[in-house]
Ligand binder design. Structure first.
Ligand SMILES: *[C@@H]1O[C@H](CO)[C@@H](O)[C@H](O)[C@H]1NC(C)=O
Ligand SMILES: *[C@@H]1O[C@H](CO)[C@@H](O)[C@H](O)[C@H]1NC(C)=O
Ligand SMILES: [Zn+2]
Length: 337
């Protein structure tokens, strides 16, 4: 319990999930790959035609959950996969999501709401902001892991600081690579990743990042994304277990050098996926209904998606050990996930 309290105090340092740098970078990568029509729709929804229309709102969900009004949304930033790393890694939506929702159910819900066409402008903008953030969160391997509250309970040393593993993945290792966390830093990192996606190390694998993605089955798609991130917990994040990381005098440079390429991969992947996802929301749910540039042309009847009628939340079940620990931690504590 005492260590959880310390974790919460660390919040005061302003640490956030995939820190502001990671989320803004994912958003800038996405801005590069959305179609002109999707961009114009998103700019209209967000009322922002600036060059950072997605990057500026990419961390909105973290700011929101830190408020009393937004505390309910904290569980939506992660899924507590109750597997057994590093021996076994896996995600089971029914087992892991929890009755208050998780990042998978949230992606499904806000995807549906972003394309709904019947919500208020404010609710539509909120939905787009959540989608931009959560499609980012789900690529961070420790957001797809219950063990030690996604690594928040794994003490490590990095660059001479006493950190926890989660915050090093979210924030401190990306910032060490890029040298800052401003929007300019994010744009510059995004440019590097875009070059790799277009014709560099990611050119051949990018098709696999979005293969099979469909807004028609957002739960299955997002569960696949979570499974992809979660697998890295066993193979890259802690292949020798958590104790081996805690025992290291410093994660820099050996551990950092070994994982930073995966961090870049996940940020690039998140941005590329987000663009494709927004394009699909626009093409399937907005353009299809004839709503373009905010002015409705043809209004079709909106059929509620049965997927969300009860299925976005798994059936209520007894709280597992991991979820009890998470509840004790207090969802309002910003530092966890
Ligand atoms: C849109 O943004 C402009 C300028 O930033 C502002 O004046 C206007 O009130 C905003 N509109 C809405 C509906 O929020
Ligand atoms: C979807 O989001 C809305 C708005 O935040 C929320 O009221 C509702 O409970 C959510 N539904 C599901 C199934 O997640
Ligand atoms: Zn988050």
């Amino acid at each position: 319990m005492a260590s959880y309290v310390l974790l919460c105090l660390a919040t005061l340092q302003g640490v956030r999930a995939w820190g502001a740098l990671g989320h803004a970078t994912i958003a800038y990568v996405a801005q590069n790959y959305v179609t002109a029509e999707t961009a114009s729709w998103a700019q209209g929804v967000l009322n922002d035609t600036s060059a950072s229309y997605l990057a500026s709102i990419a961390s909105f969900a973290d700011q929101f959950r830190a408020t009393a009004a937004g505390a309910w949304s904290a569980p939506l930033h992660f899924i507590d996969a109750e597997d057994n790393p590093p021996t076994t890694c896996n995600v089971d939506f029914t087992r892991d999501c929890g009755a208050t929702g998780c990042v998978v159910s949230a992606i499904a819900n806000y995807t549906q709401r972003a394309g709904d066409g019947q919500l208020t402008a404010a609710d539509t903008a909120e939905a787009v902001k959540f989608v931009v953030h959560f499609v980012g969160d789900i690529t961070q391997p420790l957001h797809d892991e219950a063990f030690e509250a996604g690594g928040n309970g794994i003490p490590v040393h990095f660059m001479g600081f006493n950190d926890n593993l989660h915050s090093d993945w979210d924030t401190f290792m990306p910032e060490e690579l890029i040298g800052g966390s401003s929007l300019a830093n994010a744009q510059s990192w995004a440019n590097t990743l875009i070059a790799e996606i277009d014709s560099g190390v990611f050119a051949y694998e990018k098709a696999g990042w979005i293969a099979g993605d469909t807004v028609g089955d957002a739960i299955a798609t997002a569960t696949r994304w979570a499974t992809d991130g979660n697998a890295l917990v066993c193979t890259v994040v802690m292949p020798q277990g958590a104790a081996a990381l805690t025992a290291m005098p410093d994660l820099f440079p050996t551990y950092y050098d070994g994982v930073i390429g995966t961090i870049e991969l996940q940020i690039a992947k998140g941005g590329y996926r987000l663009a494709n996802w927004l394009n699909m929301i626009f093409e399937t749910d907005i353009a299809n209904r004839g709503i373009v540039d905010g002015s409705e042309v043809v209004k079709r009847e909106v059929v509620p998606k049965s997927e969300l009628d009860g299925h976005a939340f798994p059936v209520e079940r007894e709280l597992s050990k991991a979820k009890l620990a998470r509840a004790a931690l207090g969802y309002g504590c910003d530092h966890q996930h």
